[in-house]
Design a binder for this molecule. Structure first.
Ligand SMILES: Nc1ncnc2c1ncn2[C@@H]1O[C@H](COP(=O)(O)OP(=O)(O)OP(=O)(O)O)[C@@H](O)[C@H]1O
Length: 485
């Protein structure tokens, strides 16, 4: 299996040295991501493309490789190609016919050829000969040079023939690590997930900082989100997940601060704490999901007072976005369903938040808080390699790898998102499978039969572990994970 990866156009208009640097980073990113799926992956860098070779990958691995390339920043689109040798133009036609013949029935098509090297035919001659042959061979396919249903692409490089069997869209953007690292303040809601994704797609390695306001359930939900974003879009690089226990901060704010100022002060303290984390790891800027006017307290006046709490650069990629646009992006990148399950922890703190924070008043309120409040919570912060979120949970939940080893009265609970489940339904001989998407689990688990043991199933075994942990926290004992090898 072979792919030809085309660079995002914004990379190709850079100076030669910058383009080379970006291309090398992309080459390494593709290698890192694809090797997680298929160890034998080879990536060769050329001036205007990457040649990705995955010979020996199984069909199941092939599907995952395609999905991974679709989610790797820096790629405009990529071609799935079949590589072979050829003798002459007629032989090229025969090979193209074998790949495309049946797929063109009832469709209009054109042939586009590109050629590098010395041959006794031109690209145009290849297009005409192959196109004419395909046309004659079929009763229902017809040539149409403008806007055909199908464009059959062939590339000839010296003695090699590449027949394009499919074209896949890429994510665009810049390869991760072409820009400097960022620390994203992630709450699990729609906005911070989308803003994190946008900065990943702009080429930054995005680390995560989470302020825990709602105990274990809050943390599990946010970890799930951060792991999803990393695994899907950012797995070419290791990143950190920092969890800061912020309940003591909220407690002091609730006790000592004027109600109207609470929201702004909580945000200022978050920025201060996040700045300390960023400084510790040499990170230059913070990212938040704030959008102008989205909630009444997100005014320019308030944002400015929040900015004043730290010297760190604060990026707000969603400033000008409306909520529907943000939700549309969340749906596209797959974070919508996770965000829907997240309760609103931050917004509830103030009943009637100020929309025009006054710095002197805010500072006077802040003076009522313990001076070492932030230092203390930062000391208690837990820093994890995000890959450990996937691994560590396995130790705390019983995991069953073979259907034969499931408990006698076991039910496998498929918690995948409905689209995923419908595309590839889970069937296990002799075992009852129930479907309950993960975002309904928290509210509907109580309706399930407690006499049975439920084995949660998801494709990668990470969500199922996190959810099983969550249900254990809620007091459900008969919960395990089914993760077939
Ligand atoms: N508990 C938290 N941990 C880390 N960052 C947070 C937390 N709560 C809020 N933030 C940051 O502050 C931003 C604004 O939060 P707020 O709750 O005011 O708005 P929001 O629009 O509901 O955000 P979101 O949809 O991301 O939760 C978030 O996008 C996030 O970047």
């Amino acid at each position: 299996m072979r792919f030809i990866v085309k660079l995002f156009p914004e990379i190709t208009i850079k100076s030669r040295s910058v383009r080379l640097r970006f291309s090398k980073i992309l080459q390494s990113n593709i290698r890192n991501v694809l090797k997680r799926i298929y160890e034998g992956t080879k990536v060769r860098m050329e001036w205007d493309k990457m040649d990705v070779l995955c010979d020996g990958a199984t069909p199941e691995q092939a599907e995952r490789l395609i999905e991974a390339l679709k989610c790797t920043p820096g790629i405009a689109h990529f071609l799935q190609v079949q590589e072979s040798e050829f003798t002459d133009v007629h032989n090229i036609y025969e090979q193209v016919q074998a790949v495309w013949g049946d797929k063109l029935e009832g469709k209009t098509f054109c042939v586009r050829a590109r050629r590098i090297g010395d041959h006794d035919f031109s690209s145009l001659e290849v297009e005409r000969y192959v196109g004419g042959g395909l046309n004659q061979h079929s009763n229902t396919a017809g040539v149409k040079l403008k806007n055909p249903d199908v464009t059959v692409r062939v590339e000839i490089e010296k003695d090699k023939l590449f027949i394009v069997t499919a074209t896949h869209p890429g994510l665009g953007g810049f390869p991760i690590a072409t820009q400097e690292d960022l620390l994203s303040l992630i709450s699990g809601g729609f906005d911070s997930a989308v803003s994190s994704y946008m900065m990943i797609n702009r080429g930054s390695r995005v680390h995560y900082c989470f302020f825990n306001l709602g105990g274990a359930a809050h943390e599990i939900g946010v970890k799930q989100m951060a792991y999803y974003l990393w695994d899907k879009f950012g797995a070419s690089h290791r990143v950190k997940f920092v969890s800061v226990p912020f309940e003591p901060v909220v407690a002091e704010i609730l006790e000592r601060v004027d109600n109207g100022q609470m929201g702004v002060i909580l945000k200022r303290l978050m920025m201060r704490a996040a700045s300390q984390v960023a400084d510790r790891f040499g990170i230059q800027a913070l990212v938040t999901g704030e959008a102008l006017g989205q909630v009444s307290s997100q005014t320019l006046t308030n944002l400015r007072v929040i900015d004043g709490s730290t010297d760190q650069l604060i990026l707000r990629p969603l400033t000008a976005y409306d909520k529907q646009t943000i939700i549309d992006i969340a749906r596209k990148i797959g974070t919508e369903q996770i965000s829907i399950t997240m309760p609103e922890y931050c917004g509830v703190i103030s009943k009637s938040p100020t929309v025009k924070a006054v710095l002197s008043k805010v500072e006077a309120e802040e003076a009522k808080l313990s001076p070492d409040l932030i230092d203390k919570v930062i000391e208690a912060a837990i820093v994890e390699d995000i890959r450990d979120i996937g691994r560590a949970t396995a130790q705390e939940v019983d995991e069953v790898e073979l259907a034969a080893a499931l408990d006698d009265n076991a039910v496998v609970l498929d918690i995948r998102a409905p689209e995923e489940e419908e595309e590839d339904p889970l069937e296990i001989e002799g075992v009852e499978v129930e479907v309950l998407p993960f975002y309904k689990l928290g509210t509907q688990f109580g309706d399930l039969d407690q006499a049975k043991t439920y084995h949660l199933y998801c494709a990668k075994g990470v969500m199922s572990k996190l959810q099983a942990l969550y249900l254990h926290e809620q007091g459900f004992v008969n919960v395990k994970v089914y993760h077939p090898e």
